[in-house]
Design a binder for this molecule. Sequence first.
Ligand SMILES: C[S@@+](CC[C@H](N)C(=O)[O-])C[C@H]1O[C@@H](n2cnc3c(N)ncnc32)[C@H](O)[C@@H]1O
Length: 507
Amino acid sequence: MNDWTHGYVADVSYDYSFFPELAPISVVFQLLDKSFFPPSLQKFNYCELGCGQGFTTNILAATHPQAEFWGVDFNPTHAAEAQRLAQAAQLQNIHLCDQSFAEFLEADTPEFDFITLHGVYSWIGEENRRIIVELLRRKLKCGGAVYISYNTLPGWSAVMPLRDLMVQYTGGSADSTVQKVEKGLAFAKQLQEVKARYFLENPTVKYDLKEMQGDSRNYLAHEYFSRHWQPLYHSEVVQQLADAKLTFTTSADIDDQFHNLKLNDNQLNLLAGITDATLRETIRDFMFNSRFRRDLFVKGPIKLNTLEKVELLSNCRFALVVLPEEIEYEIDLVGRPIKLDETIYQPLVAALGERPQTLRELMRQPSLSKLDFAALLQAIKILITTETVVPALSAAEEEQRQQTVAQLNTAILKRSRFGADTQILASPITGGGIDVSRSEQLFLLAHQRQVDPVQFIWNILQVQGEKLIKDGKVLDSPEANQAELRIQAQRFADLRLPLLERLGVRY
Ligand SMILES: C[S@@+](CC[C@H](N)C(=O)[O-])C[C@H]1O[C@@H](n2cnc3c(N)ncnc32)[C@H](O)[C@@H]1O
């Protein structure tokens, strides 16, 4: 038994991921939208606790060379992997260590403007949760923001026994965690097939089990097989973080704003009658049976008046992250199709399709002049929820960012020769990551090396014994694979490359 793990899974690495809500600009936009004064993006210190493979921290460090980043994860394989990427990209503003939260608490660091922890707080024991609260108390600046995500009650109440079952069934064995995942899933399935009453009386659980069968085993190991696993009520987290002088401000998830549209009048009236904000938020979780929350807390929040809010939001820039022709004007926002008003959205998309723009610039567009500020902001937020627009960094110092972004992207592209772990590249415009699949990364790498993309990729696939799949069928012959690669290369050059160029995805 490894003592340093405190029961946390350490024999298998976590997946590589980039979480856009952890980007400083996303935190800033969410706070401004709810009329809170945000931390500055000019020069800041950012810390990600439990950063896993450090992919998010690396992307953020590359896109914010003016700031300093810390990534903390006690798993030395995670820390080493994060350092490997940072070194390959020659990033100078990132500090990655394999300290535990307890060790980091005592480490000599500056105070932070942003502290983020994603997928951590529910998966550690009470003692470590207390250490995190102490860490936030000591190391967050006044006015600093905390992003914290956690598994939420009541959403997990039906599924908690399924997790306990898998852990108890495999607990005594000397198997690796991934083997335990397989055995735990198989046993749960058996129990379902013999119609155990737990499954019959909790009918939704079978869907969870089905979904788990398709999830990555590394993810499942970390999600369910650590010793500690504690979904929390929002009210409990608010109470715990109050010890660090933190105040809940808003959800970090913009979709959350639109969830109220799913409530009927009776539900809305019931919620409106609850005057305590924390209780109201918790009852809202009962309305939606919420399972997961992404919350933003601030140490010493300052409320903006309307004029200040409009001024600061007017300077926020937004970027279109798909091609204008890919936009759908009928969207599923509240569980039913909603038609977007094309007289508003088409000119807005066209303007953002030309270049990223601030709200102030958009307001000046003749085609958008009939919209007032609130209507324009609402339209932008709807485009953000549909993942077609993202908040972007200000145009100032974009050149400085391009350099570090190109360094990181080149390091990621080189890795794409060996596998599909890191299917994200950094953008100096959005200040975050953009989805770029492995095959697209290989096209970019071929372009960088000025070689024929088809031959280049086919050589890599051959060495790795891989073949392309088309219409559900494996393409067997080299000719068929090369012909398909040629089609994909053309499609990439026509459709994706212009978008990546517009988003400044240099390499
Ligand atoms: C579920 S993973 C989330 C990783 C990353 N934040 C993400 O969402 O991709 C939780 C991470 O917390 C780290 N961790 C757990 N307990 C820790 C502790 N006491 N000190 C430092 N890191 C810890 C684990 O090693 C793991 O990488």
